[in-house]
Design a binder for this molecule. Sequence first.
Ligand code: ZN
Length: 499
Amino acid sequence: MSSTASKVLGAAVVAIFACAVPRRAHAQTCAQTVDVYTDDIGGPKLLPISISAIRTPSGASESRLQLLAVMPSGWDVEEVSGDRGPPQRKTTASCAVAPAFDATRTTNLRAFEEQTAYFWSRTARDYASRRLWITPPGWPLGAIKMAKDGVQPNVLTQGSFDTACFPIGAADGCMRVWPTDGPKMHLKSGVVTPGLVTHEYGHYAAGYVFGHMDVFGFSLPAAAGDCAKLAFQEAAAYLFSFLVLHDARYEAGPDAYAKVDATGLYRWPVTCGDPKQAYDVARPLQQAFLQALWGRDPTSTIRVDWGATPGASMPNDPKVANRTMANAFVYGLALNRGQRVDALAGSILEWLTVNEPKRVGPIRRIFAAHGLVPRPSGELCAAHTECMSLRCDNRPGAGCVSLDRMAAPGQFCTAHAQCQNAVCRVTSGIRGTCATGAALGTACTSHAQCATQRCDNRPNAGCVAHDGTAGPGQFCTTHQQCRGGYCRVDYGRVAGTCG
Ligand SMILES: [Zn+2]
């Protein structure tokens, strides 16, 4: 985009939002559950949802379509706004009296669309805080870095939408982050649906929060022709939307929403020259993910075992499917390997291969049917891109390997650095597995009991790290064991933690 266009655009956006409500009201808020009439899976419904009401100077309560500072966690849903008048607010005598936001499509279309925007942003936030903004099982690298800013939904008519979502006015929604405004999701009036709201929220929840959003949310590299990067962002938003709607469907009852898309099978790799092709490039992963989530390919010849216990022939449990696919998705988002769709697909399969070995077979076949065939650890490779982990040890007899400190005990390895416990036990040639056995600090009497194969058998000591391999906070009994060279031990004890 040229700098002239950028200046014009900046001025126009300021004009639109100059009269918008302040980003953060500092008034006293109270939590309220209100009934909101919303577009829903299977048709509009009146459904209860929580909001943050504001105490007015006169002591009354003002209910607004917003969720502010509910937890120390952040991720507010700021008040739903738009370009067709002031936000929808309802005053009652006190917070204990909850009004209904019950405008319908026919009584007040504008209010109805804003209610739908709130209901699904709020539902998506609830889903993300349970399933996406978490540390997935098997994640060895400590807390995952996430942005905590809230997001503000807007419903805009075509003219304002074209400006706010430049250069994609033909779309139905967009997410933007202006430095002075914070994250905003813009939805085009007339087409506000659960699918649209959860998709745009997905750009925030899976994109912005995980640090994948480009400056301003513009996908500038994509506008400049890097449609692979835009494809990653679209895939992430769709995968999030699929998960939210799949989750909601099983709480809202049966309907025809979002069944496995059997209309076309897109295969990776897809040519990626024009930014418009980004949606096509994202589709193989989207379809494979959706089919894995629903447990079958379009022809129902490949079925995923989503029983509570894999292999026990139990009926599929959609909640198990949803939680498992969400964990794999978070793993891929957290690794953030270059914002590429194929890398995200590889990470999802890698997490499932390690953590759900009894279910991953059919899922890999579904992904393979879409052309996504990355290799697991231990399989021979010539280039990094052939591996789920995006890391190939191409020496003769080696193969795909884990990134440093990612391989769990028992996993394939060719070097100590790949193992979470920093011990790769070579079994043949240069092939080995990360040591299994007791964790650091576990009481022991012999080296063989410990994953590290090193036991400090004094009373109140235990399994210890090899010299120079224990990270900050890890168990130690000597300075030499710590990477930082300092083992903090309290007076009168023999063991402590690395500083
Ligand atoms: Zn999108």
